[in-house]
Design a protein around this ligand. Structure first.
Ligand SMILES: Nc1ncnc2c1ncn2[C@@H]1O[C@H](COP(=O)(O)OP(=O)(O)OP(=O)(O)O)[C@@H](O)[C@H]1O
Ligand SMILES: [Mg+2]
Ligand SMILES: [Zn+2]
Length: 553
């Protein structure tokens, strides 16, 4: 089909919005793909919607191919569904009332709604089932921004599987996982599949698909030898071994005036900072104070801490700390603390210097198990100086965008919502589920982040808004039309730039919009009956006679 630029709503801009930092934000706005309506709320203009639909279509084909069935669930959702699963407290939820005062939420995702429907599955004979939809998600994100990367309203393809047991779930999960690889391969994205943190969605096995890009908010940790890839939030890598001082038979108090950081403590005592421990008091929602303990040279990974407790925690306030420890921030430790202590795995072996719970004092030679009781868990953030847990190789940290997320939720939703079936043995059991999400808008942004140059976007052919951009210069209108027609006849979607503009402006717009092939009909075409065919990606150019266009492109 031929689409005439002179008749399209295609408002390109010379300048990017002043607040835009991400390249995709700038280029998608300048190229006339999207426009902002409110923070994190965007309109897809016709050009942007074409790309979105192409991404959707690839996702749809791959979902259909594994027997996942498309449906559509509503956005408006009665709050009771989310109360039953205990997720109505989530801060990102938009809430509203109808005219009768009944409470609704706008869903972040549709596990509740789909499980509500799955209650109609009665027998193991009806399993497995896989369902999906493209539907609007509303999330009152704390920091919306970066164009399409962090939206407050967006379309997600979310798929759900229901099986009779974990073995069945394994099979559905593998099908989805393979489909995700095909989707991102077809789109042309550079990505890594990594183990991820299941988050608030209540997951077990969880994988993220991360697209390396400086505009992302995740950190991808990979091994130089290619055998390890994980999201920083859950990466468990090998820290260097500390240089311990001679062990002590019992903790010894030492006066440390004015010393409140582990670095200062190590320097003051003349020891390795890795042989000190850092006390990080946290409070639960109900105000209970717990002590997280990590090595002095480590950073606490809050996602791991939350995962270890199965609930979010907040750094304790000064008042909470005083009340729980009888000391202030710089001198806290596990010895004598009455509450729960959770220590990082690194602290299981060896003796560390810890706060004495007395301002200006620390304890040397503190040993887990002997001097304090603690639950051990992985709490430390992986560091770039760590090594690979699989082969000991060096690690690489890269910023990346999460473009897809798949995870097993088991009976997390079917139990509270009563979605059970009768198994072959006659017993009633909860359905066992998985959840599989992709945001096409964020995928678009990730593609633009990865495929651009100083002149604009370089769309991979699979999701380009049009296949060929025919630029017609003054005088060559007739041959330009013929070129467009030949390409259209060959099955291409053609954008025909028939606008009354200077050649420089037309070429600049063509580069900005980023259609993979540009065909130019100019003065020379009148002489030789050929057009310039230029590839957006490589800049490679050749002349092709109009009748040959169909078979050449
Ligand atoms: N705010 C958002 N804007 C655009 N797309 C999003 C947003 N949040 C999630 N998505 C898309 O939906 C997919 C599945 O959503 P999921 O709930 O797993 O994301 P998430 O873990 O909340 O993402 P993030 O950690 O970036 O907030 C994501 O992989 C992403 O493609
Ligand atoms: Mg999120
Ligand atoms: Zn390795």
């Amino acid at each position: 089909m031929i689409h005439r630029a002179s008749q399209l709503f295609l408002p390109t801009l010379r300048d990017a919005p002043a607040d835009a930092e991400a390249i995709s934000h700038k280029l998608l706005v300048r190229g006339g793909f999207i426009r902002q309506v409110a923070a994190g709320v965007w309109t897809f203009l016709p050009l942007g919607w074409r790309v979105h639909r192409k991404v959707e279509q690839i996702v749809r084909e791959e979902m259909d191919a594994i027997g996942c069935q498309e449906m559509l669930m509503p956005v408006l959702t009665p709050v009771e569904l989310w109360q039953q699963t205990g997720r109505d407290f989530i801060e990102e939820l938009f809430r509203l009332k109808d005219r009768k005062g009944a409470d609704y939420i706008l869903p972040l995702t549709h596990e509740e709604t789909v499980t509500f429907h799955a209650r109609e599955l009665q027998s193991y004979r009806q399993l497995p089932q896989m369902l999906y939809h493209f539907s609007i998600k509303e999330r009152d994100e704390p920091r919306p921004g970066k164009g399409l990367i962090r939206l407050r309203e967006f379309i997600m393809k979310d798929a759900y599987s229901f099986d009779r047991d974990e073995d069945g779930l394994d099979v559905s999960f593998r099908k989805q996982r393979e489909a995700y690889h095909r989707i991102f391969d077809r789109i042309g994205l550079v990505y890594h599949e990594v183990e991820a943190e299941p988050g608030m969605m209540g997951g077990k096995e969880s994988y993220d698909f991360l697209a390396p890009s400086g505009a992302g908010e995740n950190t991808l940790v990979t091994c130089e030898n290619g055998d390890f890839a994980a999201d920083l939030e859950i990466a468990r890598t090998i820290p260097r071994a500390p240089a311990f001082p001679a062990p002590l038979a019992a903790p010894e108090e030492v006066e440390t005036p004015g010393v409140t950081t582990c670095e200062a403590l190590a320097e003051f005592l003349g020891i390795d900072v890795a042989a000190t421990s850092k006390a990080m008091p946290h409070a639960k929602l109900d105000g209970t104070v717990v002590l997280a303990l990590i090595r002095g040279d480590d950073r606490l990974e809050t996602a791991k801490l939350a995962a270890a407790f199965g609930e979010p925690l907040w750094p304790a306030t000064d008042e909470q700390i005083r009340a729980a420890f009888g000391a202030s921030g710089g001198s806290l430790g596990p010895v004598g603390f009455e509450g729960d202590v959770i220590a990082d795995l690194t602290l299981q072996e060896g003796q560390y210097v810890a706060g004495a719970n007395r301002d200006g004092f620390h304890l040397r030679g503190v040993e887990a198990g002997r001097d304090y009781e603690a639950r051990c868990a992985d709490l430390r953030a992986s560091a770039e100086t760590d090594t690979c847990p699989d082969c000991g190789g060096a690690l690489r940290f890269q910023i990346a965008i999460e473009v897809g997320h798949i995870f097993k939720f088991g009976s997390r939703y079917s139990e509270p919502l009563g979605a059970t079936f009768v198994d072959e043995d006659g017993k009633e059991k909860p359905l066992v589920g998985g959840s599989y999400g992709i945001g096409p808008a964020r995928v678009m942004a990730a593609i633009v982040e990865q495929f651009n140059d100083e002149n604009g976007i370089v769309w991979p052919a699979a999701i380009a808004p049009y296949d060929v951009h025919v630029v017609v210069l003054a005088g060559a209108e007739e041959i330009g039309e013929r070129a467009a027609q030949a390409l259209s006849d060959a099955g291409h979607d053609v954008l025909l730039d028939d606008r009354d503009q200077r050649p420089g402006e037309k070429f600049a717009d063509a580069d900005l919009i980023g259609i993979p092939v540009r065909v130019t009909a100019g003065k020379k075409s009148l002489e030789d009956g050929a057009v310039d065919v230029r590839l957006r990606g490589t800049g490679e150019e050749r002349r092709v006679a109009v009748p040959d266009l169909g078979k050449e492109i």
